[in-house]
Design a protein around this ligand. Structure first.
Ligand code: G3P
Ligand code: CA
Length: 242
């Protein structure tokens, strides 16, 4: 087993997060997978953006859930990246899935539904993933663990992974209780023992968001299943040197 490197919001240390340039750059540098954040627009279209509001990453203001997909996808999502030759925009999930289906990347879809529990989001996203024949290489994660339980009820074969910041007493047991196939802890919660015990129970461990080489090397030496990082090139270099 070799550790898989996931580009967090794409190659977000160099490119505008959650945009096609960041996903393309992650693919080109050899990342095994990409992680992205999905929310629903006012008209129910899954769009790729991290914050509940567009203020930080675009040239506009307002909540994603109160803006239409047509409005959202015209915004400039790379306002701090003036050197980019092409304007970076908020992609729809469909746009990313269409591109993904032409690659061999693993997809980690984070459902951003802890603040606003978008009604029907799970059904919409799962259907789209199946329509693009990406179910076998998609992992759904969320801080909203009820949503992951719901995903399992809709599609019992779906791979899910609870995200968590504070420690959970027995993570593998918890993962099994919600039918998850992996856990996605903050890297501060990860120990060698946690990885070994969790893997012994057939639950994978992928840590987020790991950007320091010292930590990356340590996690690789502990045989973690996945590292979610803003700088996939750096993590891949660590993996190669190991
Ligand atoms: O998937 C891990 C990570 O993306 C969770 O945190 O806030 O960067 O979406 P955040
Ligand atoms: Ca995320």
């Amino acid at each position: 087993m070799s550790t898989k490197i996931f580009a967090h919001r794409g190659y977000s240390s160099k490119y505008p997060e959650n945009t096609m340039p960041a996903f393309l750059a992650a693919y080109k540098c050899g990342a095994h997978g990409i992680e992205l954040d999905v929310q629903l627009s006012q008209d129910g279209v899954p769009v790729i953006i991290h914050d509940e509001a567009v203020n930080r990453t675009t040239n506009s203001k307002g909540l994603v859930k109160e803006l239409t997909a047509s409005y959202l996808t015209k915004l400039n999502a790379g306002k701090r990246f003036k050197w980019l030759s092409r304007k970076a925009t908020i992609p729809t999930l469909e746009e990313v899935l269409d591109w993904m289906s032409k690659t061999n990347l693993i997809l980690n879809i984070e459902l951003k539904n802890s603040v606003f529990p978008y009604k029907g989001m799970e059904e919409i996203v799962i259907k789209m993933v199946h329509d693009y024949h990406l179910a076998s290489r998609t992992v759904y994660s969320s801080f909203n663990h009820d949503s992951l339980f719901k995903i399992h009820k809709i599609d019992s074969a779906a791979e899910t992974a609870p995200l968590y910041k504070k420690s959970i007493p027995v993570p593998w047991e918890y993962a099994k209780s919600i039918h998850a196939s992996a856990i996605h802890p903050h890297y501060r919660n990860v120990t060698k023992e946690l990885i070994e015990t969790t893997q012994q129970h057939q639950i994978q461990v992928r840590a987020y968001t790991v950007n320091q080489t010292k930590l990356i090397n340590r996690l690789i030496s502990w045989k973690i299943n996945g590292i979610i990082t803003d700088d996939p090139k750096q993590a891949l270099a660590c993996l190669e040197a190991f």
